[in-house]
Design a protein around this ligand. Sequence first.
Ligand SMILES: [Zn+2]
Length: 298
Amino acid sequence: MFLGPIFAESPQVRIAALPENPAPGEPVTIGLVGGEGGCQAILQNRRGQQLAKATFFPLAPDKNGQIVHTAILAIPSTAPAGTARISVENRLGPIGGIDLSIASRTFGTEEIPLDQRNTDLRTLYDPQKTAEAAMLWGILGRTGTDIYAAERFMPPVQSTRRTSFFGDRRVYRYTDGSKANSIHAGIDYGVPAGTLVQACGPGKVVLARFRIVTGNSVIIEHLPGVYSLYYHLDQIAVWEGFMVDTGTLLGRSGATGLATGPHLHWEIRISGENTDPDALVARPVLDKEAILSIFNSF
Ligand SMILES: [Zn+2]
């Protein structure tokens, strides 16, 4: 694995990020020595505008006994290619930073005609829908301290048939002919209703209930700020507070909520940002040994 460079503005503060050349949708893990829990990592473009933000949590002591803190953030799928910077701040202001280069990536496009039921689901005002959205953001914006998952994730279904991809630029066409743009936040597997859906990694079920737009939904917390989401299930087999392992049965796929046919929508959120699930199947989101080895080699 490539290890990012160390850069900091004071000798007491050391910061590392990996990978050094992430693509839009990829997670970046940041290590910090000489800071404290509650520090923030803020991804900024070259004009200093904020693209993403994550909170540090304690990981482990380095060889000198200093606590290494970690934050995980995702490069938004809309981030422009080129130079960016991760600024590390405590409550008084910046304590250091590290530069990185965002790779270029293109995403697919798709236009989806919606019938009257699905048009209504997206366009009609419904206080219940608003309350459900607020509750979802309350969960996804929370950074805990429990580390449940360290290994690579496993796809939640056996099928490799995908009907929609991460980051697809979507145009929904409503029944009255008007259109709305959207970015697809996860992967859609085109599996028949009733397909077994399994947890992609160990964690705690933090939501298991019906939601108007996403139907029967399950959300698992894996790491501080890292969540996996499973939407449109026919049946849910777990409950909130339930601890799962990789492969635990979560339920059966279906077409509940806003769906044009049976499929499983699988999504990963990191500090609220949608993240490419394939990136977490390819490598662990929190490679503790890699982070510690950077600091221990100095
Ligand atoms: Zn989807």
